[in-house]
Design a protein around this ligand. Structure first.
Ligand SMILES: NC(=O)c1ccc[n+]([C@@H]2O[C@H](COP(=O)([O-])OP(=O)(O)OC[C@H]3O[C@@H](n4cnc5c(N)ncnc54)[C@H](OP(=O)(O)O)[C@@H]3O)[C@@H](O)[C@H]2O)c1
Length: 224
């Protein structure tokens, strides 16, 4: 839902039922993250290309979904900021960049994007509410995507209603896939270690799942 809000409500890109008919370069920064991977899948459904995806260790999770004939590409953030900016410029092949979905919003991500995004009229959406995003050019329309908005204003609630159902159908039909999951042993007892893994950047294209019933001391239904 975060991906849908960012792409369609904040960046105002064409929805899946009215896909793009002209090349529309889009940066997905953090394409192997959960938010980024869902953004990628919706972008494909909306025929948005070329997709310029920034990923690292898990880029093989992203690559099979890209269409090189439409200019889609992956750039490895581990090669450093300069290489990322150059990679984006090369991928654009002289085209202007109007849209960026920054699913990382830290570690220099939006600064890299802003070196390439159109300084007058370019749009970037970011995912960390409450953060000061300094240095974004004044002419760039920047927004913060908050998934919680679909529980707020009526119009956004309607948007959420439609997209939750579309996601369900996408899962059923197979064009929308869940990020891989890993069940952490020990239920809630595993939260500390999992959070430490997240903080240390060890979670690569994976979502952690905690089965509360597996927590030590929690009684299972039917048990004494
Ligand atoms: N505002 C909202 O409503 C909302 C909702 C959901 C999430 N969020 C935020 O969105 C962010 C992403 O959440 P998530 O659950 O999608 O995270 P996640 O799946 O845990 O993200 C991990 C991924 O981030 C990638 N990554 C790390 N550093 C990167 C960098 N410098 N450049 C590019 N990719 C990088 C890693 O790629 P590799 O493995 O390929 O190296 C890794 O696969 C988090 O900050 C989260 O708090 C906001």
């Amino acid at each position: 839902m975060t991906a849908a809000v960012g792409l369609y409500l904040r960046l105002d890109l064409p929805p899946p039922w009215h896909p793009a008919t002209t090349p529309t370069p889009l940066i997905i920064y953090g394409a192997s993250s959960a938010v980024g991977f869902y953004t990628l899948q919706f972008a494909l459904r909306s025929n948005i290309h070329p997709l310029i995806c920034i990923a690292g260790r898990a880029q093989d999770h992203v690559k099979p979904h890209l269409d090189a004939s439409k200019g889609d590409t992956v750039i490895d953030y581990r090669e450093g900021d300069e290489a990322v900016v150059k990679g984006i410029k090369d991928a654009l092949k002289g085209e202007k960049l109007w849209y960026a979905f920054d699913a990382v919003s830290e570690k220099g991500s939006y600064q890299n994007i802003c070196q390439v995004l159109e300084p007058q009229g370019g749009k970037i959406t970011l995912v960390l509410p409450g953060k000061e995003y300094e240095g974004i050019p004044e002419g760039v329309e920047n927004s913060v995507t908050r998934v919680g908005c679909v529980h707020g204003e009526e119009a956004d609630k309607d948007f959420g209603y439609v997209f939750f159902r579309l996601i369900a159908r996408g899962l059923q039909e197979g064009w929308f896939r869940a990020q891989p999951q890993e069940v952490v042993p020990g239920g809630l007892g595993g939260v500390q270690q999992a959070l430490e893994n997240l903080k240390a950047g060890k979670a690569s294209a994976v979502k952690y799942v905690f089965r509360i019933g597996e927590t030590e001391g929690v009684k299972r239904e039917g048990s004494l």
